[in-house]
Ligand binder design. Sequence first.
Ligand code: AMP
Length: 439
Amino acid sequence: MTKNQNTMELRELKRILIIGSGGRENSLAWALSKNKSIQKIYVFPGNGGTANFKKCICLKTKSKDEKTIIFECQRLQINLVIIGPEVPLAEGWANKMREAGLTVFGPCQEGAQLEASKDWAKKLMIENNIPTAKYWSTKSKEEALKILERFKQPLVIKADGLAAGKGVTVCETIEESKEAIQAVFSGKFGSAGNTVILEEKIKGPEVSIFALCDGEKLIVLPPAQDHKRLLEGDKGPNTGGMGAYAPASIINQKELKDLTEQILIPTLKGLKKKKIKYIGVIYAGLMLTETGPKVIEFNCRFGDPECQALMPLMGEEFASVLFSCARGELDKAPKLTFKDLCSTCIVAASKGYPEKPQTGDQINIKLESNSSLQVFHAGTTIDSSDNIITSGGRVLSVVAQGKSFDKAFDLAYESLTKINFDGMHFRRDIGYQVRNTSS
Ligand code: AMP
């Protein structure tokens, strides 16, 4: 194919459907809308912020099953489907959509096991010499308790399957590890708790690395750091994420290259050995320990809130790159460029998050437009009088960019003073690793 033909084909990307309703999908829609050749971006089901961006609209359907969505994609002549969350990926939506002839960015069900089964992912890591914490897995509570007794130290206890970020307990004592094992087998996590993973507790700063994969090749994105704990000082319960920043300077370009060779490439090769054509994001959550980097988790999609901090760094060609990836033709994609800026994302959560988020409160936003600032919606909806109302735990994020992290964080925190809803709370120490100023 000639270069001209290739450009012509890439120009065919006119209508996109993004599946998901969170901040990740809102930021993806915003980033993709920057591409001039794209005419329309549908988000299913989307949220109260979807229509804030040019060309973006919520897709409304009578039912929510994948058959209906496939029908809608065909009716709307969608050229590219992007599946945001892990649940539809683990349920095999990408398989069914590809069978129906759609072009999809997001791994097939087999590939999504990277996130949907920690046991499966651990085995893949061991088979391919990918560094990770020592572990045991079992379907028996008695066996798990025996392993703990033999190890004589508190272990990290993980439910094997998808548990909405709640399946991991980092235990301080053996007693806590015992309780966490009981909890996994109590049925609390449904079938996600059929198998338990007991993992050696490792120590070190955490960083996330990402690759866009077309089944054969990959492109690495800037690394990011997120903040999982609810409270400042990394205290309180784990959440879906209270903020993030990128690029994470804890690893330099050379280290990122090494991590790509040590972790991302072997993961993609390992998937290929299993005859899995992995199209989508490989997200590796790492701990940088004294004995080297170790993988603590894989995700099979963009992380949220990391995605929100990353999107403003993407060049306009991002949409074409995802389209090439989805077609297994990354070599024909334009070079993906990243803006030389520092980007930050601060999540504003509702009262009671993560246990029992309060919803139904009116949100007031009094911000002037600024090209270095975005408000990405997550748990929001619009009522019949066009008011923006809270509808979830992580309500929205303020995302800001600057030449330095201090500038980006100053802008983000200043902007947060102009947003309010009842019970709104956020962490003031997001990015403490890279900031000289405090908010
Ligand atoms: P995950 O849901 O797997 O990302 O785990 C949630 C958090 O638990 C991680 O961000 C880490 O802070 C912590 N964690 C997971 N595995 C380990 C481990 N083996 N040792 C210490 N901390 C861990």
